[in-house]
Design a protein around this ligand. Structure first.
Ligand code: HEC
Ligand code: HEC
Length: 489
């Protein structure tokens, strides 16, 4: 018995040894897998502005793409890019890419196992302008983007993933021309990363299928909250039971200190900058566990202090006219838009201001309730989402660079806004970033605007240009004086 017992325990010790070895191998493999797929490398930036342009807001793990796959897509699938302009690659989608940078402005490169790319606030909240077609393109972080077409970007990614040529062979061959992947990386890309990316992009395209039946966003606009409302992991509302159109113009984020305590967003759906910043990141694809809460707090401080550039043709300003215009502004506009206006930063009922009602209807009481109940177990949490009945009268800081105007970007210039609805342009082109030297707005008619821009038809649902007829009864010379003053804001 003793003998047998002895053998048994020897045998089991041997088995235990094998098991330990196996476990160790398994653990090594798991650690290796984790390292290759999930280890996070911190990013470093010299300034908060550099972070704003290129830093991570936590979107890479959930909705990020493998950087090298992303890099080669436009070259492999040019047929899925919009093609009337002369810009190539991602520039055809109005994306701005500075010389020598690994990613465009508004795109962050972060290693989570392997290099991934995700969008950040600057993808939408960065303005560009040129003072002449052959002039230098100026990049203004925190301004509203004029040229980026987020919907076309989503469609491009979806169409590329649906293309039969989206295969490991084609992609790896193209990647190999850009960078040297190790044999191990090639295996991972072939069997894991590329198939998973293709499936993820196809799923994303399906999640946005509801956009196919609604009017196009076009450059400089998105439907900001329907994607959040309909996302199964976010507010989980059903697009089949909700035909709202939220198409809305990207807003400027400079001088947020002047909006302390104001209702934020076009309809004033939340008055806490912290909540708006965090929910902005979630809307872009960050999730509670990937949200860099502290970095986003710093970013909010940056938004408070950032200032817009001055109107670029100030040397042509008629100062006397502008000071006459200032008096008119005080009389007709300041109560709603002036720094001390009684109604500045408050919601003006839609029935009163009379502008397009679709964006307002898109945000519902149920959506507000669900967002307030989201992420309850986290220290930051949301509580300030509300449903309102109108649009906010904003301070007009940096007004010249916020064209086209109104919440849906339906009026191309300030001169047009100061005319009755019937006299405002019914159709124009938006997305061409050459500024008009006199009109307080971008060039929105003519060949170049047509070639580079998006045809904006004010008769489409959500695109209406009616309402806000303040100042439209001013005599022509007063209107000109007011426009002259508005150039200085
Ligand atoms: C895909 C484009 C897009 C991205 C990316 C984006 N935003 Fe926005 N943002 C918008 C649009 C469009 C609006 C206006 C939405 C509305 O109310 O209709 C807006 C509104 C805002 C406002 C309200 C401003 C005001 O004056 O009321 C703030 C603040 C803001 N965004 C911050 C951010 C921050 C911070 C990030 C990054 C974490 C971010 N956004 C990312 C498109 C975007
Ligand atoms: C009763 C309040 C009220 C008065 C008076 C008023 N506005 Fe407004 N204004 C608003 C509201 C509300 C909005 C947002 C409407 C929307 O986007 O649908 C707005 C939007 C604007 C915008 C668009 C801003 C942007 O970023 O696109 C401009 C420009 C503007 N107003 C200029 C003026 C001028 C100039 C006057 C005076 C002639 C004036 N407003 C008078 C309430 C007012």
């Amino acid at each position: 018995m003793a003998f047998r017992h002895h053998t048994n325990s020897k045998q089991s010790r041997r088995w235990l040894g094998w098991l330990a070895l196996l476990l160790a191998l398994g653990a090594a493999l798991a650690a290796f897998g984790w390292y290759q797929l999930f280890r996070e490398e911190p990013q470093h930036f010299d300034s908060v502005e550099a972070y704003y342009r290129y830093g991570s807001i936590g979107t890479e793990s959930e909705e990020g793409l493998p950087y090298w796959v992303w890099r080669v897509l436009p070259g492999l699938f040019p047929q899925h890019l919009p093609g009337e302009g002369e810009d190539e690659g991602y520039a055809a989608l109005g994306i701005v890419w500075e010389e020598g940078e690994p990613t465009p402005v508004g795109f962050s490169l972060k290693t989570i196992g392997f290099p991934r790319i995700g969008i950040n606030c600057a993808a939408c909240h960065t303005a560009t302008y040129r003072t002449a077609a052959d002039g230098e393109r100026r990049i203004v972080p925190t301004g509203p983007h004029q040229t980026f077409d987020p919907q076309a970007y989503l469609r491009f990614l979806g169409d590329a993933a649906a293309d039969p040529d989206f295969t490991a062979d084609t992609l790896l061959a193209a990647i190999q021309e850009e960078t040297e992947l190790s044999w191990l990386d090639r295996l991972l890309y072939r069997f894991l990363i590329i198939p998973r990316t293709r499936d993820g992009l196809r799923e994303q395209a399906e999640r946005f299928a509801w956009t196919e039946e609604r009017p196009r966003w076009g450059p400089g606009r998105i439907d900001p909250f329907n994607p959040v409302k309909f996302h199964p992991d976010l507010l989980a509302l059903d697009p089949a039971e909700d035909d709202t159109i939220g198409n809305s113009d990207i807003m400027a984020l400079w001088a947020m200190d002047a909006q302390e305590g104001h209702a934020l967003h076009w309809d004033g759906l939340n008055d806490s900058l912290t909540e708006v910043v965090l929910s902005g990141a979630i809307g872009d694809g960050a999730r509670p566990d990937s949200l860099p809460v502290e970095a986003l707090e710093e970013l909010a401080a940056y938004l408070r202090h950032q200032r817009p550039p001055p109107y670029p043709f100030l040397d042509t300003l008629d100062r006397q006219m502008a000071s006459r215009g200032e008096v008119l502004f005080e009389e007709t506009c300041a109560g709603c838009h002036g720094p001390d206006g009684a109604r500045t930063g408050t919601v003006i009922p839609q029935a009163e201001v009379g502008t397009d009602r679709h964006r307002l209807a898109m945000w519902t009481a149920e959506a507000a309730e669900r967002y307030n109940a989201y992420a309850e177990e986290y220290p930051w949490d949301f509580d300030a989402f509300v449903k309102t009945d109108g649009y906010v009268a904003k301070p007009l800081t940096g007004l010249w660079l916020r064209a086209p105007y109104l919440h849906n970007g339906s009026v191309p210039t300030i001169e047009d806004l100061l005319r009755p609805t019937e006299q405002r342009p019914e159709v124009f082109y938006r997305g061409y970033d050459v500024y008009h030297p006199a009109r307080l707005g971008f060039i929105h008619t003519g060949e170049a605007a047509k070639r580079y821009g998006f045809r904006y038809d004010t008769r489409e649902p959500g695109n209406g240009n009616a309402g806000h007829e303040y100042g439209t009864e001013l005599p022509a010379e007063d209107r000109d004086a007011l426009v002259e003053y508005l150039k200085t804001l």
